[in-house]
Every structure is written in structure tokens, then in C-alpha cells.
Write a protein that binds this ligand. Structure first.
Ligand code: 8ID
Ligand code: ZN
Length: 349
């Protein structure tokens, strides 16, 4: 038996189950591995899953979590070939598994595989001591890189790394990051700096301002205080930003992006408010040759690259550690936009 944080139905309070079963060697399917977790990050997506506020439903009862790092302690019998072995330290990301044979997988868009399995959403995730994952999709963690540092790279880091990679920017360009003080956003600042971009951080509050500027943002805009974000950004950038990577969990972060991008600019949609539509001027999207792209986590290679950059010390997760029993408090903090906005919460297991 083990301890797990269970949500029995959408919107239910978290139940800490100290007698949750652990799969035995015989119960593991071919291709599955059992990972004894060191720690797991908590992402705003886990809150969406617990609340059931997305148009694609999560399974219930649900064990959330998709930023786990731990050691492989068993591999399913009859696993034909495995890129990892027992004793390896690996990461578990949102994309737990994909078929690797469909058109999407073969094009490198594994996250869009019609048979994708999602950790903490369609299969049990990392808010438990032992998680069942999949040998082909776990991410090897470089020796010497602490699990606590690596955990939140597996969702927040990979996601913003890929979004910046496909943002059609080159070194020296201006990038706007609405949500910059959040879990995804504070990593986006750092990956953007690694790519040689000039960062305008948009979020709210003195502590997020301090964090964003410390992490390398050149300019700060408080979206609660600034009266005209569009003209402010146009002034700073002398005519508009080259890209915006929006990681706010509400639709408001998206609202002015088409207006403050310069011609040829790219809006990368990352934050996932479940029920909002994107309100953008069709005329100016065309007239300014704006690209609007959705960016959804990352594939196996994106994960390897994002981890490698962070393991070399160029990107650091700001986190606070908590016991798993405090998960409910973390969700409250996320709803209020306080705790998790500034520090990724991490459960050591
Ligand atoms: O693959 C993906 N696209 C992906 C992967 C992982 C997470 C998408 N997400 C989604 C989550 O589901 C969530 O909707 O990204 C969103 C952000 O996740 P997070 O970074 O884990 O959330 P957070 O730590 O709460 O940070 C959100 C920040 O947005 C700010 C808040 O102050 C907070 O710092 N914010 C908000 I809410 N409205 C804003 C606005 N109008 C804003 N910042 C600027 N302008
Ligand atoms: Zn996530």
C-alpha cells in the first residue's frame, strides 16, 4: 500500500488515501514501468482536472500530477525493448504515452496522438508514491541534476520551451509574456533569455515583479495597474513585439496580443482557460500578417532539450516543498493567484 491524493469526482475535495494499492510486477502490462517517485510538482492543469472545468473530461476517481521524478523499480513482463532499465532515474510528463506509429506521432506531434495517455488526466498521475508509466515516454534525468529541480521542467519547462522554440523569433527580438510570474511564466522568462530574446513580463503584484526582473525580464507591466498595455508595449518595442507567449490561466492575458504585436508577429497560445474564445480582430490579424498558434506541451525530444538546458544551470525552477496532504491548500493558492503563482509547489514523496 502507498499514500495517494485522490479526487473521487469532478469538483470533489481531495482525499488522502493511505491505503492505495501499488501494482505488482505481474499486474504491469508490457511497455509499462513502475516508478518510485522522489517528488512531484503541481501544475495549474491539475487544478483544472480536479475541478473538471475543461471541455475534455478527466477520468474519475483521479490521481492528478504530471511533473514527477523518481526511480524505475519494475518493468512489465514481455516488454519487447526498452530505452530505460530498472534503477534509472526518469521524469513523468503530461504525455504519459502515445502509439508512436500514427501520422501525428511520426510527424513528431506525439502529444496529438489520438491514443495519447495523459498523466493525471486519463491515467493516474504523480500525486502518489508509486506511479505506473511507460518505458517509451519517460524522460531520462541527467546524473547529478536534483529531482526537485527537474520536476517542474517536465510540464511547465517543456511547455514554454517548445512554445518559444516555435515562436518564430530570433535573438534580439522582443517577446511578451503575460502570466510571467506564474509556474510556466517564470520559466518562460529564463528560456527566452537562453534564446537571446528581450522579455517584457506581464503579471501583477510586487513580489512577481521582483521575481520577473530578477530572472531577466527587461521590462515589467502590471496588468492590474497599467491603463493601456498596448501602447505601453508599442512604446517599449518601438512598434510592437515580435511574439507573445500567453501562459495566463484566464482569457484576459490573450486580449490585446494581436494589437501589441508588430506585423509578422506570432501569438503562441499556451494558457488553457476552458470555456473562453479568443477575441482577436480578424482584419488586423490579416492586415498585419499575424500568426496565431496553439502550443501543447512537448514531445519526447522537447523534454530532453528542456531538461538539458535546465540541468546545465541556465533555467531554475522556483519552488516550495510541501507534504502531499497540503495539496488542497495549493489549489486554493492557485485559484487566488498567490502561492503557486510565485513558486511552483513540489511534493516530496
Ligand atoms: O501545453 C500547454 N499549453 C499547457 C501546459 C501546462 C499548463 C498549458 N498549461 C496551462 C494551465 O492549464 C493553465 O491554464 O497554462 C496555464 C498556466 O499554468 P501555470 O503557470 O501552472 O499557472 P499559474 O502558476 O497559476 O500562473 C498563471 C499566472 O497568470 C497570471 C497570474 O497572476 C499567474 O501568475 N495572470 C492571470 I490568471 N491573468 C493575467 C493577465 N490578464 C495574468 N498575467 C497577465 N495578464
Ligand atoms: Zn502541467
Amino acid at each position: 500500500f502507498q499514500t495517494a491524493a485522490v479526487v473521487d469526482h469532478s469538483g470533489a475535495n481531495i482525499r488522502i488515501d493511505h491505503k492505495h494499492p501499488v501494482k505488482s510486477q505481474e499486474e504491469l502490462q508490457a511497455g509499462e514501468c513502475l516508478v518510485k517517485l522522489d517528488c512531484s510538482g503541481a501544475c495549474h492543469t491539475d487544478l483544472h482536472a480536479a475541478l473538471g472545468d475543461w471541455p475534455v473530461p478527466a477520468m474519475t476517481p483521479l490521481i492528478g500530477g504530471h511533473e514527477g521524478v523518481g526511480i524505475i523499480v519494475a518493468i512489465g513482463n514481455n516488454t519487447a525493448s526498452s530505452p530505460v532499465k530498472i534503477g534509472d532515474r526518469v521524469g513523468i510528463k503530461w504525455l504519459a504515452d502515445s502509439c508512436l506509429n500514427c501520422e501525428q506521432c511520426k510527424k513528431g506531434r506525439e502529444q496529438n496522438c489520438p491514443n495519447a495517455k495523459l498523466s493525471g488526466y486519463t491515467v493516474d498521475g504523480t500525486f502518489q508514491e508509486y506511479v505506473v508509466s511507460f518505458v517509451n515516454h519517460v524522460t531520462p534525468i541527467p546524473a547529478g541534476y536534483p529531482s526537485t529541480e527537474a520536476a517542474s521542467i517536465l510540464c511547465a519547462g517543456v511547455t514554454v520551451y517548445r512554445a518559444i522554440k516555435y515562436s518564430q523569433t530570433v535573438p534580439g527580438d522582443w517577446i511578451v509574456l503575460p502570466g510571467a510570474g506564474g509556474g510556466l511564466g517564470h520559466l518562460a522568462i529564463q528560456y527566452a533569455r537562453v534564446c537571446g530574446l528581450r522579455v517584457i513580463a506581464v503579471d501583477t503584484g510586487a513580489s512577481k515583479k521582483e521575481l520577473c526582473l530578477k530572472l531577466g525580464a527587461e521590462k515589467w507591466i502590471d496588468f492590474m495597474e497599467c491603463k493601456d498595455i498596448v501602447s505601453e508595449i508599442q512604446t517599449i518595442t518601438s512598434g510592437g513585439a515580435h511574439s507573445a507567449v500567453v501562459t495566463s490561466a484566464s482569457s484576459s492575458g490573450y486580449e490585446q496580443a494581436v494589437d501589441y504585436l508588430r506585423s509578422g508577429g506570432t501569438l503562441m497560445a499556451v494558457g488553457l482557460p476552458g470555456k473562453s474564445t479568443l477575441n482577436a480582430s480578424i482584419f488586423f490579424t490579416v492586415f498585419k500578417s499575424i500568426s496565431i498558434l496553439g502550443s501543447y506541451v512537448g514531445n519526447r525530444q522537447d523534454a530532453v532539450e528542456a531538461i538539458s538546458i535546465a540541468a546545465r544551470g541556465d533555467v531554475k525552477v522556483h519552488f516550495q516543498t510541501k507534504p502531499l496532504k497540503d495539496l488542497a491548500d495549493v489549489y486554493e493558492g492557485m485559484k487566488a493567484g498567490t502561492i503557486a503563482g510565485r513558486f511552483r509547489s513540489l511534493f516530496c514523496l
